[in-house]
Design a protein around this ligand. Structure first.
Ligand code: NAD
Ligand code: SER
Length: 319
């Protein structure tokens, strides 16, 4: 029987693009998309409604399709989890245990689970943040990701579970809407640049954060999963870096294409979250172990986002 891949949380920002790429690589029928909500885009392969907190339903789908590889993307992101800490902890941790336990029981063979720059906190060195450093996250999201990293390493060491992970920075893409993150401003700003040519930012102008274009994040995800097991030396989660910029810097870049674009600033509760995170990331281990390298800079990211969003919106709304 064919061994298949399951993506959990496939209707979200990353899942939408990851499923497309996995299906290009492994065939439409071999990649099963799943989520508690309907997909954002038309599906070219199987889709199942799945609540990953429901272990029985999860096992049924795994058995139905002979799933051997799982990408677990379901989570509450940083801003949403701060509004509902108990549920954020419940979803982010128990989804991971449900997947890790199936690998421990040898039902599935391989897991991808994303961590985040949110594992770092205000006591972490903020620039060129190393792989191994002080980690005292102050958000429930960051605490859940840090705990998740420890559990991934534990399951690998104790039960030989093949789990692989990346600490994604803020991700930016045009194919799907983001879902409750602090870095979401860097996606919204492009939509508003097209629709209204102005943007009110919920972070202050100098708030520099690590960011990445979505196709680089998908490339990293596929590459770490394809790498030989013995080259994956870190079984908690790898730092990876794309670019770093502030709202002021991204606005300057947008103005190169849209000279009348205006940005204003009205920081809200998300400022405190962003201020606790690093400005830039050192990803030397990912480069050494599985040949990570990003393709996108702020300049070509901005060009790509504006060009593609212009196609998505009706011409009369375009600036
Ligand atoms: P998202 O919010 O866009 O998507 C998450 C998806 O999970 C949603 O479609 C949601 O419906 C689904 N989901 C929620 N509860 C579920 C459940 N019980 N069962 C099944 N599905 C459920 O998030 P995303 O941006 O695609 O992020 C995916 C993963 O990557 C998360 O673990 C997130 O922490 C991590 N991450 C994302 C970023 C980023 O910038 N987007 C950065 C760092 C890490
Ligand atoms: N981009 C994510 C967020 O802002 C970071 O993990 O929540």
């Amino acid at each position: 029987m064919v061994e298949r891949i399951l993506v959990i949380g496939s209707s979200g920002q990353i899942g939408t693009e990851l499923v497309e790429e996995l299906r290009n690589l492994y065939g439409n029928e071999n990649v099963i998309a799943s989520d508690i909500r309907e997909p954002q885009v038309e599906q070219t392969g199987p889709f199942e409604i799945l609540d990953i907190l429901n272990k029985v339903q999860f096992l049924e789908i795994v058995e139905k399709y002979n799933i051997k590889e799982v990408y677990l993307l379901a989570a509450l992101l940083s801003a949403t989890a701060e509004k509902n800490p108990a549920f954020g902890w419940d979803l982010n941790m128990n989804s991971l245990f449900n997947v890790l336990d199936l690998a421990k029981d040898k039902v599935i063979d391989k897991i991808f689970w994303p961590s985040s720059i949110a594992v770092f906190g205000p006591t972490t060195p903020r620039e060129n943040t190393p792989q191994y450093t002080v980690m005292e996250p102050t958000t429930v999201y960051g605490i859940s990701k840090q705990a998740g990293e420890r559990w991934c390493e534990y399951y690998h060491k104790q039960y030989n579970v093949d789990v692989r992970s990346i600490r994604y920075p803020g991700l930016i893409g045009y194919k799907s809407k983001p879902g409750g993150g602090t870095t979401d401003y860097a996606v919204d700003i492009f939509h508003q640049a097209i629709l209204t040519n102005k943007y009110e930012c919920f972070l202050s102008e100098e708030t520099t954060l690590p960011m990445m274009y979505m196709s680089d994040a998908i490339k990293a995800t596929i590459n770490i999963m394809k790498a030989e097991s013995n080259s994956i030396k870190i079984r908690s989660s790898y730092n990876i870096s794309g670019m770093s910029f502030s709202p002021k810097e991204i606005a300057v870049e947008i103005k190169k294409s849209n000279p009348d674009f205006e940005i204003s600033y009205s920081p809200d509760y998300r400022q405190k979250i962003a201020s606790s995170w690093p400005e830039s990331i050192n990803d030397i281990q990912a480069k050494q172990d599985w040949c990570w390298s990003p393709d996108y800079t702020l300049t070509n990211l901005t060009k790509t986002m504006l060009e593609n969003l212009k196609q998505l919106y009706p011409a009369e709304k375009n600036h």
